[in-house]
Design a protein. Structure first.
Length: 303
């Protein structure tokens, strides 16, 4: 079975079969090989999609979501909602569009001709299972907080997508997962990350700490791929102010009373109205931005 993604690139959907040509080549970095390993060795027991929180199961060698398990209601593309696809947390467009191969033939050309792109495309730390419709709707939109808590895919599916602003907000229980994968890709491959986006990811990292599954996933991928995600292996809260270090080795977070108050709200989000949590989050992120503006700039010393 084949699907065509938003870039016009034809790829396999989530399957437990390794394409014969990939098996023969035995490539170290192959998107097809990574999808196969993820399906058969990483997500073998953890069957939950990233954005919808739906269970999925193996059906005739394909991974398919159980939409009733999370109350998923297709927004527009019911056919694509019936399958699991592998979502790049940092989209292929982000790490590919500045390469010459992308200008020549977009993702298909880069996959065929550029070894660096193939490595980024196949990096399992950046790949998660997602309902196909959500993967398609997220497209290459950047992550951002979205106000209003719209529920376009059913009342229990907590992902927001703003098509006009081209932004997406994943569920709060995977904020940290998305942030740590994005920071990892930034550090490992030098992918550009604006100050506002890095500040958001650092805040998400602090609000949604590493859980047992994320640790297990990191260990399994490390065994298969040969490298870990340091933001998971060496988890700690990060300074939300972007510093020159810009990596996991930067300063740890110093939480003031506002940080602590919002952390308390976030920890009890399931017992509070959506509007209260949403408003508190928007106000808190505004506070972080104002706090960063007030921070004195350190002038570089002249030699």
């Amino acid at each position: 079975m084949l699907v065509v993604d938003y870039e016009g690139f034809t790829e396999d959907i989530a399957t437990v079969e390794l394409p014969q040509e990939q098996a023969v080549r035995g490539e170290v970095w192959s998107f097809a090989r990574s999808k196969y390993l993820l399906a058969t060795q990483v997500y073998q027991v953890y069957h939950t999609d990233f954005y919808g929180g739906c269970d999925f199961r193996l059906q005739q060698k394909l991974l398919v979501p159980v939409l009733s398990s999370c109350g998923y209601v297709p927004r527009k593309d019911a056919n694509r909602a019936k399958r699991i696809e592998w979502e790049h947390i940092v989209p292929a467009w982000v790490f590919g569009h500045q390469l010459q191969c992308w200008q020549q033939g977009r993702r298909k050309q880069c996959s065929a001709t550029n070894a660096a792109f193939r490595q980024m495309e196949a990096d399992m730390h950046n790949l998660v299972p997602a309902i196909g419709e959500l993967n398609g709707d997220r497209s290459n939109f950047r992550y951002q907080m979205i106000s209003g808590e719209p529920r376009a895919y059913g009342s229990k599916v907590n992902i927001e997508i703003d098509f006009q602003q081209r932004t997406a907000e994943p569920p709060d229980n995977v904020w940290g997962d998305a942030a740590r994968a994005s920071l990892y890709m930034h550090d490992r491959y030098g992918i550009a990350l604006g100050d506002a986006q890095e500040k958001l990811f650092r805040a998400w990292n602090n609000l949604d700490p590493v859980d047992v599954w994320e640790q297990q996933r990191n260990r399994l991928i490390t065994q298969l791929q040969g490298n870990d995600n340091p933001y998971v292996t060496n988890y700690r809260k990060l300074d939300v102010n972007v510093t020159n270090e810009g990596s996991v080795n930067g300063a740890a977070a110093q939480l003031d009373w506002v940080d602590q108050l919002y952390l308390l709200v976030f920890q009890h989000r399931d017992k509070l109205p959506y509007a209260v949590v949403s408003l508190a989050t928007i106000v808190y992120l505004g506070y972080l931005q104002a706090k960063r503006r007030r921070r004195p700039r350190v002038k570089a010393k002249r030699k």
